[in-house]
Design a binder for this molecule. Structure first.
Ligand SMILES: [Zn+2]
Length: 242
C-alpha cells in the first residue's frame, strides 16, 4: 500500500516513548511497524484479537455496534495509547469494533508476546493499566456527554479531541461524524454550518479544517477538557514520582 510521503514514519508512539529506556529495550524487538488504510478494522466485536497495536500516525476509533446496523463511537485511541492490553492480560474478546480513522502507521505486536511483556515488565504494565483506566474514563465521559449535553457542544468537544490526536486537518464526512455521535446527519450539518459561520472550522466535502481552537473551546460542552484532565491525573501526576 502506498502511504503519502507527508505521513511521517519517523514519529514515534507517544505511549512507548514515555517508557524508560530499559523497558523500551525489552519491548522494541517485538514490534512491527505496519501501515493501515483509513477504515482498516483492527478488532471486531466478540472476537479475540491476534495483534495488539500502538498507534503512531493514525488514530483508532472505538465503536460499539448496536442492533439495526447502528453504531456509536465510545472512545478514541491515539499515539498516547495502545489497543489490547486488557484483552491480552485476561484472554478476553473485544467488545468493540476498532478501526483506523486515517491512513497511517502503528506498531503491532502479537497478543501472546504482549501478555508476557506485561507480566514481566512492571513499568510497562503500570502504564498500560493506567491507559486502560483512562480509556474507561473516556467511555464514561462520552456516555454522560451524550445523555446530558447539546449536540453543538458535543460536536465541538469531539472535534477538539480529534484535533489533539489527529491534527488540524480531518478527513471526515458528515456521515462519519453522525455515525460517531449517533445522531442524524442533518443535525450534524446544522451544527457544522454554525461552527463554520463562526469561523471555528472550515468544512469542505469530506475535509474539516480546524481554524480556531479558541472558538471551538468556547462552543464545546467542556467534555474535551474533562477527558484531558483524566489523562493528566492518570499519567502526568501518577508517573511524576517514578
Ligand atoms: Zn459533553
Amino acid at each position: 500500500m502506498n502511504i503519502p510521503a507527508d505521513i511521517e514514519v519517523a514519529r514515534d508512539s507517544e505511549f512507548l516513548s514515555g517508557l524508560g529506556a530499559e523497558a523500551r529495550k525489552l519491548i522494541q524487538p517485538h514490534l512491527n511497524l505496519v501501515s493501515l488504510e483509513a477504515g482498516a478494522v483492527v478488532a471486531r466485536p466478540y472476537s479475540k484479537i491476534e495483534k495488539a497495536y500502538f498507534p503512531v500516525s493514525t488514530t483508532f476509533v472505538v465503536d460499539i455496534e448496536l442492533k439495526n446496523d447502528a453504531s456509536f463511537t465510545t472512545g478514541l485511541i491515539g499515539s498516547d495509547g495502545l489497543l489490547g492490553a486488557g484483552m491480552a492480560l485476561d484472554d478476553r474478546v473485544s467488545l468493540y469494533s476498532v478501526s483506523a480513522l486515517s491512513i497511517g502507521y502503528a506498531y503491532s505486536i502479537a497478543v501472546q508476546t504482549l501478555k508476557e511483556l506485561l507480566l514481566t515488565v512492571p513499568e510497562f504494565r503500570k502504564r498500560a493499566l493506567a491507559y486502560e483506566q483512562y480509556f474507561l474514563a473516556q467511555v464514561q465521559q462520552t456516555a454522560a456527554c451524550s445523555a446530558l449535553h447539546e449536540l453543538s457542544g458535543r460536536l465541538s468537544s469531539w472535534l477538539l479531541r480529534l484535533q489533539e490526536l489527529a491534527g488540524d486537518e480531518l478527513s471526515l464526512t458528515q456521515s462519519d461524524i453522525s455515525r460517531m455521535l449517533g445522531v442524524r446527519r442533518t443535525s450534524i450539518t446544522e451544527c457544522a454550518l454554525e461552527l463554520q459561520r463562526d469561523g471555528a472550522i472550515d468544512y469542505r466535502r469530506g475535509e474539516i479544517s480546524i481554524l480556531s481552537k479558541r472558538k471551538l473551546v468556547k462552543a464545546s460542552c467542556g467534555c474535551h477538557a474533562e477527558v484531558g484532565d483524566h489523562f493528566s491525573r492518570l499519567f502526568e501526576e501518577s508517573f511524576e514520582d517514578d
